[in-house]
Design a protein around this ligand. Sequence first.
Ligand SMILES: Cc1cc2nc3c(=O)[nH]c(=O)nc-3n(C[C@H](O)[C@H](O)[C@H](O)COP(=O)(O)O)c2cc1C
Length: 214
Amino acid sequence: MRQWLRALPTFAGPLPEFDPGSAPTDPITLFTAWLREATGAGVPMPHAAVLSTAGDRGRVSGRTLILRDLHERGWVFATQSTSPKGQDMAANPYAALTFFWPAMGRQVRVQGGVGRLSAEAGAADFLARPPGSRAACLTGAQSQPLGSRQEYWDAYAQSLAEVEADPDLVAPHWAAYAIRPEWVEFWQATTDRGQIRLRYTAADGAWTSGLRWP
Ligand SMILES: Cc1cc2nc3c(=O)[nH]c(=O)nc-3n(C[C@H](O)[C@H](O)[C@H](O)COP(=O)(O)O)c2cc1C
């Protein structure tokens, strides 16, 4: 296994250029540009990221989810507030999002305080989803033990009927969250092992930025 793992290729290139000296002054502009470049280059699901949380006992968990919005309140995602990650964030309101775009040789890390957005924002996120997705979110408590696949499909069929009967129905525990970053870091692989790291740090409502040792 070890030999096989070590023989696996990493970044094949060609890799995009990144000049940290001419980077924008705020990370949202740079993140948006990188996300659009990843989309243009055909990176699958470039809006998927790993969300890391730690609950009150300091146990760390990670899982993939989808970025739903990005605005002045931060990087927005949505989930069930009663899920393990929702419980983690209620107990310890700090989180990290990690995006990885292999074809670009790029990683973005977003880390800071996390907060639940308004009930209206959660409902708007829920209602923007297609009926099948809404039905799936309504079926049961996320991450609780499931007896069988049939149990899920029975619950799904019932939820789908409820969604179709009431297009305004919102899952009771569905919530949108935003990470307001303390820092955002951009990592660019290069073909000469001179990986570039540029970190933006929030300071008194403004951003400072600087390089980090790779
Ligand atoms: C590509 C991808 C996208 C996902 N998007 C979401 C999402 O937007 N919201 C969500 O709650 N779970 C999403 N999931 C499922 C989560 O990874 C996870 O299994 C689930 O939320 C339970 O996590 P928890 O037990 O840590 O709370 C996604 C999974 C994958 C692989």
